[in-house]
Design a binder for this molecule. Structure first.
Ligand SMILES: [Zn+2]
Ligand SMILES: [Zn+2]
Length: 392
């Protein structure tokens, strides 16, 4: 009986043959692109650095990446192929006829199973099913049934000479299945042979050399290719970053223009403006050093006729405006006011990505601020259970 599962070597062999075949085709593509490169740039010396870099990139894209991928997937792919074939063998081994088959020629029982095949039912694209080949001891002919008891549909063969129905007889050996067709009317006959032996493939004189080369059997070659892959991926990453910087140039320019304030520079920046507006004794808490740096601030309102809401709002807007060109911002907790004591928190933005976001956010809200309109929509007043007024 024909088994699907083969030795490990034969899977390695067939996997490598596919690798070699596809690599040869890819190499042909690369060779064409190589020639095209020098057609477009006829004055470029063949070994110039520019040509080398370009051609290396083209080589990696057309050949190199696939070679690494096929090398890396080899063990898994072979394991999958073996599992698949093992499952086929199990399906055949476990298949049982569900009912007693009758001879398709003389309708007698007691047929002997001569073979089980895994094959697709005609007209069905479903998975393969087991077909039982049976021999009748009474009339010495073959019958075939599917596992579920359905008889195998046989095509009626007509005699090419007199158009009568042909009888057929099948003889199976290890090497071949031979079917003899015989005309019941005029006696014309012919044979059809299905070869079961594996065809000797035409010897490929370059296969072993190409196998070493394209299946990356040499560790040095393999490592060099991997390093090339890393280099090009790095180049692609830098290229992308560069494109991003070009696309967002105004944003990056603004990021560069942001004043990166040290903690010690905050009070000197804010104090004069706040004092002018009637806020005294600006002080900072100890900074909280987490993923971001947060720092609490507090001051006293010296204007007796200013109410809680106005005081907190004025302070918020002053700080916001003063910090606009820096990498510091008021946090979302807002500014709190109670009995003329005001406090809140500031956050420092340090990472380039965060600074980029900061700039994009303030660019979006810029036109509104430039128009000099008070951004009322962004101000919410809350009074908490401690009686503090909070401007968010
Ligand atoms: Zn029979
Ligand atoms: Zn005939």
């Amino acid at each position: 009986m024909y088994t699907h599962l083969q030795t490990y070597d034969s899977y390695e062999d067939s996997y490598d043959r596919i690798t070699v075949d596809s690599a040869r085709q890819d190499m042909a593509t690369f060779t064409t692109l190589y020639e095209d490169f020098f057609k477009i740039m006829p004055d470029e010396p063949r070994k110039s650095i520019r040509a080398t870099i370009h051609l290396n990139i083209i080589y990696m894209a057309t050949v190199g990446y696939d070679l690494i991928e096929r090398y890396d997937n080899r063990n898994d792919a072979i394991r999958d192929m073996m599992a698949c074939d093992r499952a086929k063998d199990e399906q055949v081994a476990n298949a049982r006829l569900t009912s007693e088959p009758l001879c398709q020629h003389c309708s007698m029982t007691g047929l002997r199973i001569t073979n089980k095949l895994l094959t697709s039912r005609s007209g069905s694209y479903k998975s393969q099913e087991v077909l039982f080949m049976l021999k009748c001891s009474h009339c010495d002919t073959n019958s075939a049934y599917w596992e579920d008891g359905t008889p195998h549909e046989r095509l009626t063969i007509y005699c090419p000479k007199c158009n009568s129905t042909m009888n057929e007889k099948t003889a199976t050996t290890v090497k071949a299945v031979t079917t003899t067709y015989m005309c019941s009317s005029c006696g014309h006959s012919y044979k059809d042979k299905y070869d079961l032996t594996r065809k000797e493939e035409a010897v490929d004189p370059n296969f072993e050399a190409d196998r070493v080369r394209f299946c990356l059997q040499d560790e040095k070659v393999r490592d060099e290719l991997r390093r090339a892959k890393q280099r090009f991926e790095e180049m692609a990453r830098i290229g992308k970053e560069y494109m991003d910087k070009e696309d967002n140039k105004p944003v990056y320019d603004s990021v560069d223009k942001l004043v990166k304030l040290k903690i010690a520079e905050i009070v000197p920046l804010l104090q004069p403006v706040l004092e002018k507006a009637g806020y005294a004794e600006l002080g900072l808490d100890k900074p909280e050093m987490g993923k971001d740096v947060l720092i609490g601030f507090n001051c006293l309102d010296t204007k007796s006729n200013r109410n809680d809401h106005d005081s907190a709002k004025t302070l918020k807007n002053l700080i916001k405006k003063q910090l606009e060109t820096t990498n510091w911002r008021l946090t979302g907790d807002g500014v709190r006011y109670r009995l003329g004591y005001l406090n809140g928190r500031l956050r420092a933005y340090e990472r380039e990505e965060d600074l980029k976001q900061l700039v994009m956010k303030s660019r979006k809200s810029k036109p509104k601020q430039e128009a000099g309109e008070p951004d009322k929509k962004n101000n919410y007043t809350i009074k908490n259970e401690n009686g503090e007024t909070i401007i968010l």
